[in-house]
Design a binder for this molecule. Structure first.
Ligand code: DP6
Length: 336
């Protein structure tokens, strides 16, 4: 009753920011993303009657850190994992507790979606460990309950999360496999520490922004256009739409009550630099999640010049180059 899964983080070109239903994590809008080859989470889950409670362990690159040993623990991250195990247990009719060990291969909590890869890997491993046979669509629905963006880390490559009207119709599916387009996401890390306001908390106040309605009304057209850009591998069109949606999302966040400013000074310096590079003929575009780090989207042929220029900006701590990646999948090697 042990299984291990690996799942990628993903970067949204059209972002999820706001829920229609908090408990079911139904989003206010559909979103589109690309899976990231260099930012992955591996998770092993073992269910057994010998466990008296759920044990959740977060492993760093060097050592095993036990963050929590029970759901009574105040660590909300572990509690979220235990609640997610419940969602899977209910489907399997199981009351067994589990040991979960999870390992991230990228800086956690700094605007790179560790909850997406984390809940996608947890879902695939837990479902397998309890012996359930589910379709990809069903896996995305369960992953969504753990963290909305996690549903987009299940299918391969370039993915749409259709917002849907209820839990069964809010799922993700692959638009194109990872080899469709040699696109890159060069993550420019300007802060590695845990972000102050996570996405869940951040989007709680979304309805207090006067710009929310306007953004949500524009999304269906933007989704159509971005699908066209993906189909035709049109980097300029994709980039323009992606930047527009990113700025719209952050305009909503910055005009919520209380306002949320995810960017720092270096974030703004990178945005300005990218606009300058384009004037010099370098087709690179930015997008930013709920943190200060910047994701630069460009074609593989421009990797060297974009990475070189980005690494020269003062305040940049690390560059992580990601190709489009496969979605979540089972692996043979367990973490314990
Ligand atoms: C800004 O999926 O982390 O990265 O459903 O509350 O867990 P919860 O939120 P989460 O939100 C991601 C927000 C975003 C945009 C995106 O990835 O679409």
């Amino acid at each position: 009753m042990k299984a291990t899964a690996i799942a990628p983080a993903n970067i949204a070109f059209i972002k999820y920011w706001g829920k229609a239903d908090d408990a079911l994590r139904l989003p206010l809008n559909s979103s589109i993303s690309m899976n990231l080859s260099g930012c992955v989470t591996t998770t092993t889950v073992e269910f057994s009657p010998s466990y008296r409670e759920d044990i959740v362990e977060f492993m760093d690159q060097k050592a095993l850190t036990i963050l929590s040993r029970s759901r009574e623990d105040s660590q909300s991250e572990s509690l979220r994992v235990c609640n997610h195990l419940d969602s899977v247990r209910v489907r399997a009719g199981s009351s067994w507790h589990a040991r979960v060990v999870t390992k991230n291969f990228f800086p956690k909590g700094a605007g790179i979606a560790s909850s997406a890869s984390g809940f996608a890997a947890l879902t695939v491993a837990a479902v397998e460990a309890l012996g359930l046979t589910l379709s990809e669509k069903e896996l995305t629905i369960i992953a969504r309950l753990g963290s909305g963006s996690a549903c987009r880390s299940i299918p391969d490559g370039f993915v749409e999360w259709q917002k849907g009207k209820n839990s069964q119709t809010s799922f993700a599916y692959s638009l194109y496999p990872e080899n469709h387009w040699d696109l890159l996401d060069i993550v420019v890390v300007v802060q590695k520490s845990q972000k102050k306001i996570g996405s869940t908390e951040g989007m709680d106040g979304v309805r207090t922004s006067p710009f929310l309605g306007k953004r949500i009304r524009n999304i269906p057209d933007r989704i159509k256009e971005i699908k066209h850009a993906l189909a035709h591998k049109d980097i300029e069109f994709l980039g323009a739409l992606m930047e527009e949606d990113c700025i719209n999302m952050h305009a909503v966040a910055m005009t919520q009550k209380p306002p949320i400013y995810y960017w720092n000074g270096t974030t703004m310096d990178i945005i300005r630099s990218v606009c300058d590079w384009r004037m010099q003929g370098i087709p690179a575009y930015f997008t930013i999640d709920a943190g200060p780090n910047v994701h630069l989207i460009c074609e593989a042929k421009d990797e060297k010049i974009v990475s070189k220029k980005a690494s020269k900006i003062i305040g940049v701590q690390q560059i992580i180059v990601n190709k489009p990646a496969q979605g979540a999948r089972l692996v043979e090697e367990h973490l314990f």
